[in-house]
Design a protein around this ligand. Sequence first.
Ligand code: GLY
Length: 425
Amino acid sequence: MNILLVGSGGREHALAWKIAQSPLLRRLVIAPGNPGMAAHGELAAMKVTDVPALVALAQEIAADLVVIGPESAVEAGLADALAAAGVPCFGPSRAAGQLESSKAFTKAFCARHGLPTGAYVVCDTAEAAKAALDGFQPPYVIKADGLAAGKGVTIAQTRAEAEAAIDDTLGGRFGAAGARVVIEEFLEGEIGSLFALCDGTHAIVFGHAQDHKRAYDGEQGPNTGGMGTYSPAPLFTDELVEQVRARLAAPAFAAIAQEGSPYRGALFVEFMATAEGPKLVEFNVRFGDPECQVLMLRLESDLLPYLVACATGTLADLPPPVWRDESAVCVVLAAEGYPDKPVTGAAITGAEGPFGEGAQVFHAGTTRDAEGVLRASGGRVLNVCARGNGLVEARERAYAALSQITLPGGFYRRDIGWRALARQD
Ligand code: GLY
């Protein structure tokens, strides 16, 4: 098969690494990819939102499937344009993508269809938003309505911080994504990331993980796109997985189809396991980053048939995916200043390894300069991952690999997996 993979981050590197192992693969083209992905396929310089160019590339390589990595390409309408061109696509339409591209849409969708989630209000003026805080208790959850790369969320401990976040968001910090602000009830509990695939009608659960959203150890610092993940997490009992599937994923797929936009691709259900059961925190219309990295490390089955089946409506024909019994951990090496003002350009050493048993490094924000030096080009720079016989071994292997890498000014969390380790004590 000829595959066009769209994206350039750690999620897409992990997908490329796994797709490249498929016996079904003939040619993998990645647009635009990154230096780490060059080992798995051909890179095509192109913006992930340049829909006409991506459709033309898919046609030029006679792609049997286009795999959309990032939400920005979904929002740009890539799946819709590929459908019009007759090219099979893993990734939802722009309309279905509103489940991520508008938090206000999603909250109203949950209300329309009875999906459990926290109370909320949507405001487009700072005055109204500040007045609406009266209806909530601290900590206050303030979100930009649109796509903000995971950075548009503030958990404010005080009213003053909440008001500052409202001013920031509506004042243009996230551009058009912050034209409206969503204030949400803070949900108490443990957070989890569950993934489901859907082919328009049939859906399956496709793995789960736990992420660490705050920038610094001990859940301190600003919210980020994710600083590290692990899978499996003890939070995910069979009972909880079934509850999240039955109360959130399955009704979302049924409802979005009923509203005229059948879902084809991966749905990332970020939920809070509350005392009243799982409640939706957010839907994302793609694999999580860096959740995807640990899922791909644990996926024993060939990924490609599942991606193709989502695009062709044949998911029901496949056996359930097989997951390795091992644990996987991902630690994000971030650039100085991430998430607010990441410093790019620092030279990275040691990223090529060799690393110890079970370790795997995915590139997230890297570029190679004219002299061939690998440099940081984004906030999250490398995803240093490992598999191991249990979480403790996987962590040791990931942190051992990290110790071989240098990024001046870079930082990473040293407590990835702390919730699971605390349960083991
Ligand atoms: N790790 C969270 C996200 O992908 O948005």
